[in-house]
Ligand binder design. Structure first.
Ligand code: AMP
Length: 290
C-alpha cells in the first residue's frame, strides 16, 4: 500500500486512494494531524509539524504546489519544487507521512466547477492584489480535508489572513477539524522565513529584515498611542517603508478577526505586504495585545 519509503519511518504517497485506505485503518484509534504546504520546506514548516505532533499520533504533511491559488503571471511555473530534500527534512523531525500528489491527481479537470469563496475576509488585504488567490486556497484545503480527514490541521500565523479564512471555512462547512495557528518562525535577523525569500538578491536580503524592525517600532508606538492617532502612525510607517526601498502593497491595522479596529478592541494585528525589488513580495504581521 505504501508507495515509497524515504527511510524506515516516513511514508510517501502520491495517490488519493492509497493514502485514504492507509489512514482509514488508523483513524478510529489514532489522531491524525495535517500540515498543508507547497514544499521547499524550511524551519517555519517544520515548526508546524512539531506543533501537530503535540496534538496527534500521525502527522501527514501535504506537499503540493497548487495551481488554482496562483494568478496569471505569478510564479506557479518557477515555484521551487524540492520533494526529495523536503522528505529528508521531514524524516529527521519524525513526520509520519507525506502526501505529494500530481496536479492531474488533485485536479482531473481544470478549471473546477466548484468554487470556495469566503466572503469579506478574502476580498481585502492580499485579496485586493491577488483576487483569485484565496478561492484557490479554500478549494485545495477543502479537498485535502476531505482526502485526509484529519482531527487537527496546523497553519502558520505567517499567513494570518489565510488562517482566518480557513477557520471561517471550517465553521461554515462543518468540517470536524481543530484548526491550530502556529507562531511565525524568523531568521536571526527577524525576517520571517518563506520559500519565496530566495527570490531576494543579496542586497535585498540585507534590507529585508527592516520590514520586521519597522513593524516592531509601529507596535510600540501603537501601544502608547490613543485610538485617534492610529491612522497617522500607520501613514508615517508607510512612508518609512517606502523610504527604505519597500513598495508597500498594503499596511493595515485590524482586529483579531480582520475587521476594522474599534476603540474597544484589545487584540490587534498589523499586517503588511511589501515588494522588495521585482520578484519578492514579503508578507509579515505582528499581533498586539493592548
Ligand atoms: P507554504 O508552503 O508557503 O504554502 O506554507 C505552508 C504553511 O506553512 C502555511 O500554513 C504557512 O503559514 C506556514 N508557514 C510558512 N512560513 C512560515 C513561518 N516562517 N513560520 C510559521 N509558519 C510558516
Amino acid at each position: 500500500m505504501i508507495e515509497q519509503h524515504t527511510n524506515e519511518n516516513l511514508k510517501v504517497f502520491h495517490h488519493i486512494d492509497t493514502i485514504r485506505k492507509v489512514l482509514d485503518n488508523s483513524r478510529h484509534h489514532q489522531r491524525i494531524g495535517l500540515v498543508p504546504t507547497m514544499g521547499n520546506l524550511h524551519d517555519g514548516h517544520l515548526h508546524l509539524v512539531k506543533t501537530a505532533q503535540q496534538y496527534c499520533d500521525i502527522v501527514v504533511v501535504s506537499v503540493f504546489v497548487n495551481p488554482t491559488q496562483f494568478g496569471i503571471g505569478e510564479d506557479f511555473e518557477s515555484y521551487p519544487r524540492t520533494l526529495q530534500a523536503d522528505c529528508e527534512k521531514l524524516a529527521k523531525v519524525g513526520c509520519d507521512m507525506v502526501f505529494a500528489p500530481s496536479v492531474e491527481e488533485m485536479y482531473p479537470s481544470l478549471p473546477t466547477k466548484t468554487h470556495i469563496h469566503v466572503e469579506d475576509i478574502a476580498n481585502q488585504l492580499c485579496g485586493q492584489s491577488r483576487p483569485t488567490h484565496f478561492a484557490g486556497v479554500g478549494l485545495i484545503v477543502s479537498k485535502l480535508f476531505n482526502i485526509i480527514q484529519p482531527t487537527v490541521a496546523v497553519f502558520g500565523k505567517k499567513d494570518y489572513q489565510q488562517l482566518t479564512i480557513i477557520k471561517q471555512l471550517v465553521t461554515d462547512l462543518n468540517f470536524p477539524i481543530q484548526i491550530i495557528g502556529a507562531e511565525i518562525i524568523r531568521a536571526d535577523d527577524g525576517l520571517a522565513l518563506s520559500s519565496r525569500n530566495q527570490y531576494l538578491t543579496a542586497e535585498e536580503r540585507i534590507i529585508a529584515p527592516r520590514l520586521y524592525q519597522i513593524l516592531q517600532n509601529l507596535k510600540q508606538q501603537l501601544k502608547n498611542a490613543d485610538f485617534a492617532s492610529y491612522h497617522q502612525l500607520l501613514q508615517q510607517t508607510h512612508d518609512e517603508l517606502t523610504n527604505n526601498g519597500f513598495r508597500v502593497d498594503y499596511l493595515q491595522l485590524r482586529n483579531e478577526q480582520l475587521s476594522p479596529v474599534t476603540k474597544t478592541d484589545k487584540k490587534l494585528v498589523i499586517l503588511v505586504a511589501a515588494w522588495l525589488g521585482n520578484k519578492a513580495r514579503l508578507l509579515d504581521n505582528i499581533e498586539i495585545d493592548l
